[in-house]
Design a protein around this ligand. Structure first.
Ligand SMILES: [Cu+2]
Length: 136
């Protein structure tokens, strides 16, 4: 072994030691960043999308369901059709009589006492008719 190499070896060893004692965290971070950059941008978008905003945690997502019932009354001024409907499993409802929001056209298409088939969207406590038609 040549004595000339020793100072260099020592310097290298010192460098490596210095690297070992101070760099592990920085090295790991560099690896993570590299892994991050390997992930396509759209993968990030997919990961971010399903995260719901904190506000919606208590709000029910909109549901749709269909049912049959009998029109009890219509209220053009308020924009509602009151229907005595049967149990609706899709929204976990027993049979009941309740008011549904409806458009003037929908309200005009039915009258009290009529049997109807209808579809509605439920958002929280708001049930809005999306389709309604008299049953034969
Ligand atoms: Cu109901």
């Amino acid at each position: 072994m040549s004595t000339k190499l020793q100072p260099l070896s020592f310097a290298l060893a010192a460098l490596l030691l210095a690297g070992c004692s101070q760099a592990p965290n920085a090295d790991d971070m560099a690896k993570e960043n590299a892994a991050d950059m390997d992930m396509p941008a759209n993968e990030h978008a997919k990961m971010a999308e399903p995260m719901p905003p904190a506000v919606s945690a208590t709000a029910q997502p909109a549901k749709t369901a269909s049912a049959t019932g009998t029109v009890e009354s219509v209220d053009t001024a308020v924009g509602k059709i009151t229907i005595a409907h049967g149990a609706i499993e899709a929204v976990n409802w027993p049979a009941m009589t309740m008011a549904f929001k409806a458009t003037p056209e929908q309200i005009a298409s039915v009258k009290a006492g009529q049997k109807v088939h209808f579809e509605f969207r439920l958002e929280g406590m708001d049930a809005t008719i999306t389709q309604i038609m008299p049953m034969p």
